[in-house]
Design a protein around this ligand. Structure first.
Ligand code: G3P
Ligand code: MG
Length: 348
């Protein structure tokens, strides 16, 4: 048979432990690397007093581009090669929903990028808010299509099609218009635009790629994230229908995301380092207590976790000194370089 030869084992690579990194607020802030990030990864790649190399993966709630594109950005920012085989973003698990729904509304991100991501995941029929406004400009009284949207939006008669599910892939660039369209669908009969349900229980389901209410961007204070849009939609839905909105969020802190990360890390260690057993400890370095620390701690305590997941909170992002984090980390350090040194030190 066609047996692929095993990857040779690099004796400098430890099989005992590994790192998983959050991105925004840990390695990058507002598109620029956090000062200690480049050195932190050099340390993991062997530039430390023990000469040990430590495998690592990235688990971000962010998105808006294909995994390959995000890895190219990260490679540039961190001055090293990042492979899609060591990367998960908020919408990566949505891939598994592509068979379940035929026509889906994809919301968020720049221009047409998220439509392309969804099609890359295998979704058969992807529509965007731009397509809906192109079909009926009265949908959003105060929003006009941009030149880019006018060019790329696809003409279609929405009176004749039903939308089976709504996926918020990335941050909305126009909350008012996107919320109008999302609410129209949630309140519709079977996802048909222009209809209103009398019972408000026939609309399509809605999925968010994560639930971060705030995140760490260029501004010194935290900025509203996708979780804030979700809170807003829930409030609007309640005031318009009197009912609670039922929705689903992927990403951290969901246990499923950490299980996904475990499988990715296992595959990555096997393919690149020839290691075929789980590490004893995985150090997760994050800045958001509600997503990174909560997820790591709850996954560690769950029955599906086979090794130890150890949460390290940094002070370069959402969490700021002087406040008590809502979920207590195993350790708190100033920045990602300190986190890496802390983990290595704990192992020797
Ligand atoms: O929009 C992205 C943000 O909410 C969080 O990204 O890398 O901190 O998980 P990250
Ligand atoms: Mg973060």
């Amino acid at each position: 048979g066609d047996v692929t030869p095993p990857t040779p084992v690099d004796t400098l690579v430890t099989d005992q432990y590994a790192f998983a990194f959050d991105i925004d607020g840990v390695l990058v802030r507002g598109g620029k690397p956090i000062p200690q990030a480049v050195e932190a990864l050099k340390v993991l790649n062997g530039q430390n007093e023990y000469g040990v190399k430590v495998p690592y993966i990235f688990v971000t709630n962010g998105g808006g581009k294909t995994e390959q594109e995000r890895c190219l950005d990260l490679s540039r920012q961190l001055e090293l090669e990042v492979s899609a085989g060591q990367f998960i973003c908020g919408h990566t698990p949505m891939r598994e929903m592509a068979e379940k729904y035929k026509t889906v509304l994809v919301v968020g991100g720049e221009g047409e990028k998220c439509r392309a991501v969804a099609e890359g995941y295998g979704f058969k029929d992807v529509v965007t808010p731009g397509d809906i406004i192109k079909d009926n400009k009265h949908t959003t009284p105060f929003r006009k299509l941009t030149a880019d949207e006018t060019e790329h939006s696809r003409l279609r008669n929405f009176g004749e099609s039903e939308i089976d599910a709504i996926f918020v892939f990335a941050d909305s660039r126009d909350w008012a218009g996107d919320q109008q369209i999302i609410l129209d669908l949630l309140m519709s009969k079977n996802g048909r635009l222009g209809t209103r349900s009398e019972t408000f229980d026939e609309g399509p389901p809605i999925y968010f790629s994560h639930n971060d209410v705030v995140w760490s961007a260029s501004h010194p204070l935290t900025r509203m994230g996708m979780g804030a849009l979700r809170v807003s939609l829930e409030a609007l839905y309640k005031s318009l229908t009197g009912k609670e909105l039922v929705s689903t969020a992927f990403g951290k802190p969901q246990i499923g995301t950490f299980q996904f990360a475990t499988r990715l890390l296992q595959q990555w260690r096997k393919d690149t380092h020839g290691i075929d057993a789980p590490p004893r400890t995985v150090y997760f370095v994050g800045d958001t207590p509600e997503s990174d620390i909560r997820g790591t701690n709850e996954f560690n305590a769950s029955s599906v976790c086979e090794n130890q997941w150890y949460s390290i909170l940094v002070r370069t992002g959402v969490f700021e000194e002087g406040t008590k984090p809502a979920f207590a980390p195993n350790a708190t350090v100033d920045n990602v370089l300190e986190a890496v040194k802390f983990g290595i030190q704990r192992e020797v």
